[in-house]
Design a protein around this ligand. Sequence first.
Ligand code: ADP
Ligand code: X2W
Length: 290
Amino acid sequence: MEKIIEKANILLEAMPYIKEFSGKTIVIKYGGSAMTDEKLKQDFIRDIVLMKYVGMNPVVVHGGGPAINEILKKVNKKVEFIEGNRVTDIETVELVEMVLAGKVNKDIVAIINKNGGKAIGLSGKDSNLILAEKKYIEKNGEKIDIGYVGKVKKINIDIVNTLIEKGYIPVVCPVGSDEEGTTYNINADYVAGEVAGALKADKFIFVTDVMGIMRDIDDKGSLINKVTEEEVEKLINNKIIVGGMLPKISACLNALDKGAGKVHIINGKIEHSLLLEIFTKEGIGTMIVK
Ligand SMILES: Nc1ncnc2c1ncn2[C@@H]1O[C@H](COP(=O)(O)OP(=O)(O)O)[C@@H](O)[C@H]1O
Ligand SMILES: CC(=O)N[C@@H](CCC(=O)OP(=O)(O)O)C(=O)O
């Protein structure tokens, strides 16, 4: 009996958060590194459906870096990143689109639907959601060409709003095109930041494979619970924040600038991390503030 009463208490604990976020938009960036365990993936996606059932409006932007690497290895193509962006030749961009808009996107959509949600998969090409332009990397005063890598020029968010209004869960993959129809591979963190900004999302959550921003990757105790823009700049200059965390930080700050509410980075390798972030006072991971 006590155990059952305890369950009721746990449900009640969630009530203030259900109230706070009911009707609110929550953008979730689901990183490829957090998708690799099938059980965690199923649980994670079920939690998104639960959010919808209690009245929130989740919007998913996903990556899939490891799945792209796998395909590239199979066809003996080199995997190379410069400052968090994949060097993407014409053959690679076709494979990226196949993997992200095809397999990865539709897997997420199918799991949401299997659990009773109504998901719609979108690439940036659908309804011109992501108008892209070629991105160059600036390094030591030089402009480096990394191929078919894009940056977001404009987000046409109408289709996402329409889907939310109709009760769907939009699932967006980071492939876009320019005015001529050229396809670009875009880092999913940047796309998520732009989508969160365009929606003025009440919450924007990065789900990745580390606890959050850490002072030392090997020391769980070094997790930073809350960080300001100024502190983040110091951490970048001191090379504490490097690699895959850099585009996340830039996307967080961009989203905050454009009017997103609370921004968090959490660990998708912890069971039900999303629910713990949303439905508990303590939350988990790192919160980024301006
Ligand atoms: N200070 C830091 N704290 C935590 N992670 C960091 C930090 N600096 C760099 N990272 C790296 O960022 C990675 C997350 O980015 P990434 O691999 O691109 O994930 P995703 O697929 O979720 O986008 C972590 O696995 C970690 O290696
Ligand atoms: C240009 C660029 O780097 N695009 C990324 C797109 C996928 C992605 O961002 O996936 P994660 O979120 O899992 O890292 C790539 O090709 O890997």
